[in-house]
Design a protein around this ligand. Sequence first.
Ligand code: GDP
Length: 434
Amino acid sequence: MSANPNNPDRPFPLERTRNIGIAAHIDAGKTTLTERILFYTGMIHKIGEVHDGAATTDWMEQERERGITITSAAVTTEWWQRKEEDIFKSFEDEKQRINIIDTPGHVDFTAEVERSLRVLDGAIVVFCGVAGVQPQTETVWRQATKYNVPRLVFVNKMDRVGADFDRVYDEIKEKLGANAVRILIPIGSEEDLRGQIDVVNQKAVHFVDDATFGSTYEVKDLSDEQKEEAEFAYQELLETVAGVDDELAEKFLMEEPISREDVKKAIRRATIANKLIPVAGGSAFKNKGVQCLLDAVIDYLPSPIDIDSAVGMNPDDETEQIEVPTDDNAKFCALAFKLWADKFVGKLVFFRVYSGVVRKGDTIYNPRTRQKERVGRLIRIQSDQHTDIDACYAGDIAAMVGLKVVQTGDTLAATGYDVVLEPPTFPEPVISMA
Ligand code: GDP
């Protein structure tokens, strides 16, 4: 682990950044979920700016006309995590940045899958509440396990006929061998899907249709029947988490008081250490279901400073390892993970910065080609716009314009910094972007 330097120029704290992928079997709802995340976060964003519910409707209409950018290799969105129970009361300085990286759904092991797993720090794995755990997802799951990617599971489509949360939860444990805990349990199912039980907070979150917001929610106390279910799930969660987290185990054994915050922190530690899989059931069609999932992403998946620094190698001597610290003050080193032809901007190179900072106009170096190139523009892709940015800092993801010769998997570094993040043996054609 490496500490985030105290860099006063850095506009956004790294601990509030999440680089995540969304993985799913075809048809489980990956596209819908991504779209809804962008839609709801964009909506919240606009509400946050104007503090006026009426403006939201206009924005929703505009958005519908324009279509949402979900087909990009990486898209950045912002989320204000609720402080209390009510998101609409919590617009303090708690902005979070979530970079959603497209993960290819290939069945076979490929360099591309490995690369996408490498640039993200955590993932949401979507299952269909009807179909459950399917073979293709088992393959992706094993790859994510091999690369130690912390995960949350979203059991989607709980509103569909035949959806069964308990069955899918059992499959996650049995077929995937996951040490799973339920954090959000659907209330009702099929057309009677009414909300979710928030297990950690022991509250019922009810979905409510709303003319202005499409759908919103109400937080209620649990009914007697729900109380029993929630209490059982909470005890099961405590025991499972205590089984893999020493700090919580200690409190549990000593019979010390355990706060909700203690439990959340323990879930976070265990999830990041890849010893636990939090599971949420819901529907991508329900606003609140998606919001609770975003809160779980912030609460339980790692920021770039929660994970180990990347290790590169000397291109002339692969036995020489070079640590690439997550530090703005270190030499610039990034991985080009995707080339993309964008209809507005032209040829884009998506990259993740592992160390240092890259600025617009910088000359950078490609240790594979041994050539220097100039960064023409730096761009952040958001749900509703492309934004030119001046710099991209350690741990963050953006796209650059202006590189001529580059291929996916190339390391981009400070001039003269001979380091490669991927062994240069991947069987991929050289794509000239000249
Ligand atoms: P992908 O192949 O994983 O990207 O799946 P899509 O997002 O394209 O979804 C496949 C189908 O399932 C589409 O017809 C969606 O409208 C539908 N779908 C997605 N999420 C839900 C959900 O929560 N409930 C229901 N009933 N349908 C859903």
